[in-house]
Design a protein around this ligand. Structure first.
Ligand SMILES: [Cu+2]
Length: 150
């Protein structure tokens, strides 16, 4: 084996080691943090839910469903051209965030079992493609509450 071959095989080994490192960091679990959740006090037997999910990792995830004792019919909706449409999931980009806000993407609660009032809290559980489920208590705000308007 001449010197050149030795250097080459060392380089190949190094590249392989780097590739392995790259792989293992990509299989890290997404780090999700939920903030700013609220539900406007429902006026009929349906309600919307809004929140932000921040992803502090290099791994993208997806919000796939939401469950709650408040309703057996909870879906996730996007709004396009002022019309809402059910979707199967929302992307939570790596090192980014998913925002559910008025006039845009939202959680939809139908056929409410009770009508929560302002000041009360609604328990919901968020389900993801990769992360473990996250359970949070969502405060009920005034029917016209909108944190975007300041
Ligand atoms: Cu909707």
């Amino acid at each position: 084996m001449n010197r050149r071959t030795t250097a080459l095989s060392a380089a190949v080994a190094l590249a392989a080691a780097l590739a392995l490192t790259g792989c293992s960091s990509e299989s890290d679990k997404p780090k999700l943090e939920v903030s700013g959740a609220f539900m406007p006090q429902p006026v009929m037997d349906m309600a919307g839910g809004f929140l932000t999910i921040k992803n502090d990792s290099g791994t993208a995830d997806k919000l796939t469903s939401v469950t709650s004792p408040l309703s057996d019919d909870v879906t996730i909706h996007e709004t396009k051209d002022q019309k809402m449409r059910e979707v199967t999931s929302f992307d939570i980009p790596a090192n980014g965030e998913l925002k559910l806000e008025r006039g845009g993407n939202h959680i939809m609660f139908m056929e409410l079992k009770s009508k929560p009032k302002q000041g009360e809290k609604v328990s919901i559980e968020l389900h993801f493609e990769k992360s473990d489920p996250i359970k949070i208590d969502v405060p009920v705000e005034a029917p016209n509450h909108n944190p975007q308007q300041h």
